[in-house]
Design a protein around this ligand. Structure first.
Ligand SMILES: [Zn+2]
Length: 425
């Protein structure tokens, strides 16, 4: 396997204070040396990549991904799509995420039983390209709490939840997803209402944990958030309506719980969905303005208390297309008061943590897997640059380029003098 020596890069490690210029060596899929200031003598087997002063950072993590959601936005179409077409949607989503700089994605429910699992396996064995993936299965909801009919496994009662959880774990999912609260766009099940009992939630947690798997939950209502925290749910999605008690409960579990608000879903549903036929007045009428305001207050407070808040915004709907995922980082900075470095930390270092591989994923440090982005810009001062795919000149996963920076420059017609100028800037 080729070794790669990156020279003249600004090394941006989410666990440090900011970029430092230097050199990085990758061999056998891992980062083997990080040398601030540089001075590494190239070996014969090194392919030398002149970073031209660009930023070298970890690939990003999206903590709430649905490969099986297409961008069409019609959820009934999602339910009615045949398996064969649906596989292709998921294959394409996986590629789009990697093309967008995401090397870690946490599956947050699959529209069909085994698609996530098969996609994860196909990525891992090299059949298709995509990020590292924690696979999910159809989300579990009670008959009264289904968000989307046709892509949900309906469960009722403790033993039914137990059976479903065991089956999902047995199929090979990494994460089991529970629908605890509603989603007000449905105008049928509401964000502030709670649909599962403590016994049902506890049964899912017990069975998943028994076999080393984790439980994630769609939890917008205050009561559902508290169920998650009280009963051992590992990943809390949305957590919109946090009161003081819920904030205390989060803080008490800050070492073992992750929260991903899915902020972009709320923002885009309110502010950008009109172009897709869902006017702002409609979103406000069912409470999305209030929910966004509450979510911003709550997440700001959780961040202040040191709770692990991760980007990941429920992409894959019409107004939240796959590939625009990095908008979440900008929201963290603009709306939640994260510094750009804190947002990068949340999208990289915490990505390694939510993958339960904190010593292998999410950092530019010796021993870490070489999942790297070469960015034409400085995300430590402007995270929005990560939204521009043209600025992601290099994308590496497992030490191999998915997007080769030399090819990118060649295709962009960047000539040697231009690049020399870029390096001098
Ligand atoms: Zn979701």
């Amino acid at each position: 396997m080729t070794s790669t020596l990156f020279t003249n890069v600004n090394i941006l490690d989410g666990a440090s204070n900011g970029p430092v210029s230097g050199e990085v060596v990758v061999a056998d899929g891992r980062i083997t040396a990080v040398e601030p200031g540089g001075g590494i003598v190239p070996r014969a087997d090194h392919r030398v990549i002149d970073g031209k002063g660009r930023t070298l950072m970890s690939g990003l993590c999206d903590a709430h991904t649905h490969f099986t959601w297409n961008s069409g936005g019609d959820l009934d179409a999602l339910a009615n799509m045949q398996l064969e077409e649906h596989m292709l949607v998921a294959v394409q989503s996986a590629r789009i995420l990697l093309d967008s700089g995401y090397t870690m994605c946490v599956g947050a429910a699959s529209a069909k039983e085994r698609i996530d699992i098969v996609i994860r396996n196909a990525i891992n064995d090299g059949t298709i390209v995509g990020p590292r993936y924690l696979a999910n299965a159809p989300e579990l909801a009670t008959p009264a709490g289904v968000l989307v009919h046709g892509i949900t496994r309906v469960v009722s009662g403790v033993e039914d939840v137990r059976r479903a959880t065991r089956e999902i774990c047995g199929m090979g999912a990494d994460v089991v997803k529970l629908i605890l609260s509603g989603e007000s766009i449905t105008q049928r099940v509401w964000a502030k209402d709670t649909y599962m009992t403590d016994g049902e939630v506890a049964a899912a947690v017990e069975e998943a944990h028994r076999v080393g798997k984790r439980v994630a939950a769609h939890a917008r209502s205050t009561e559902s958030i508290k169920q998650c925290l009280r009963l051992g749910v590992d990943i809390v999605y949305h957590a919109s309506y946090i009161d003081d008690e819920a904030a205390d409960m989060f803080e008490a579990r800050k070492d073992d719980v992750f929260v991903a608000p899915g902020l972009h879903w709320l923002i885009a549903t309110l502010e950008e969905a009109a172009a897709y036929g869902y006017p702002r007045e409609a979103a406000e009428a069912v409470g999305y303005k209030e929910e966004l305001d509450e979510s911003i207050v709550g997440m700001t407070e959780l961040h202040r208390r040191g709770v692990k808040v991760l980007p990941g915004g429920d992409y894959g709907f019409a107004w939240t297309p796959h590939g625009t995922n990095a908008r979440d980082l900008e929201h963290f900075v603009e709306r939640l008061g994260f510094t750009p470095m804190e947002a990068i930390h949340a999208a990289t270092v915490l990505g390694g943590e939510i993958f339960l591989r904190p010593n292998e994923l999410g950092r530019v440090a010796p021993g870490y897997l070489a999942d790297l982005l070469l960015v034409d810009g400085d995300p430590s001062t402007n995270v929005a640059v990560l939204q521009d795919h043209d600025k992601l000149v290099g994308i590496m996963k497992d030490g191999a380029f998915h997007k080769d920076p030399d090819v990118t420059d060649l295709l962009a017609g960047r000539t040697a003098p231009e690049l020399a100028g870029a390096a001098a800037r």
